[in-house]
Write a new protein. Structure first.
Length: 286
């Protein structure tokens, strides 16, 4: 459904911002509960992203398996692909349109080292590199399909100093199973599971730091679908992994929030919640 909307709306994007097809969709949507069920979420994403692209001098190019978009953001020229009928559109909306990670920005760090844990298709990496062009990023994504899109998006935007690793972040090193039965089961919900058919290598934050070659992760983002709880409660090497981290962002859920809060406070972070994301800040590094 998202493909239909973008094909109808993306091509005239350069000519006029008020998209007549969207007005038609809105009218029909109000008249039909079936339409609402089938098209509403895709319509919202379509409208939001196309408006964003217009405001940022961008363009949308529908292709067979995905939509390729180009736009200016901060001082960067970004190009990336979003797969049709996937959670990619919602991830883009969260990161670039709603700017859910804006609290990670800081003028104190000129060339931060960043761990993007659960990098998905690379939206957060692209977002932070736009704000910190000289940043060095270690992006980790466990799901193979997401990882391939992550690599393509880094390549399309010609980002330097970004390393991508097809690993899960876990409380111990080794191998773990991946499953697609968490939350809505879509591409952004892949998670570590006790059993399954897909195996992937797992790294702790400390071993990821060692593998990155950085002295510390100044900024750390974790979107790992529940695995953060085990990391804060079981990872005995976590203190060394967080030894230089001054800003951290973790997507948390209602059933895990209090346990993650307790873990972050243990390491001296002052906390702030914004939506589903828990931010931690500390100036005196341990």
């Amino acid at each position: 459904m998202s493909k239909i909307l973008f094909i109808l709306n993306a091509y005239p994007l350069k000519k006029y911002p008020a998209l007549l097809a969207i007005l038609f969709f809105q009218f029909v949507r109000l008249k039909s509960s079936i339409w609402h069920f089938l098209f509403d979420s895709n319509l919202i994403e379509s409208r939001s992203i196309l408006t964003f692209l217009h405001d940022h001098k961008g363009e949308a190019l529908p292709e067979k398996d995905h939509m390729r978009i180009k736009f200016a953001f901060c001082s960067s020229s970004i190009q990336m692909i979003l797969r049709w009928n996937s959670s990619d559109f919602m991830v883009f909306n969260q990161v670039f349109i709603r700017e859910e990670y804006s609290l990670l920005k800081t003028e104190e760090l000129l060339r931060p080292t960043i761990l993007d844990g659960g990098a998905n298709i690379g939206c957060t990496t692209l977002y932070l590199k736009a704000h910190f062009p000289d940043a060095m990023v270690f992006a980790m994504e466990a799901d193979k399909d997401n990882f391939e899109i992550l690599q393509k998006n880094i390549e399309l935007s010609k980002l330097a100093n970004v390393s991508c690793v097809n690993n899960a972040i876990w409380w111990e090193t080794g191998e773990v199973f991946l499953a697609a039965d968490y939350r809505d089961g879509r591409e952004w919900s892949r998670h570590v599971a006790p059993s399954g058919t897909t195996k992937v290598a797992a790294s702790t934050i400390a071993s990821a730091l060692e593998g990155s070659g950085f002295k510390q992760f100044d900024i750390l983002k974790l979107d790992i679908e529940g695995a953060e709880v085990d990391i804060f409660e079981k990872d005995l090497s976590l203190a060394s992994g967080l030894k230089g981290t001054c800003r951290i962002a973790i997507e948390v859920h209602e059933d895990t929030n209090n346990r993650v809060v307790k873990g972050l406070e243990q390491y001296g972070f002052q906390l702030l919640e914004r939506g589903e994301t828990l931010f931690g800040f500390r100036n005196s590094l341990v």
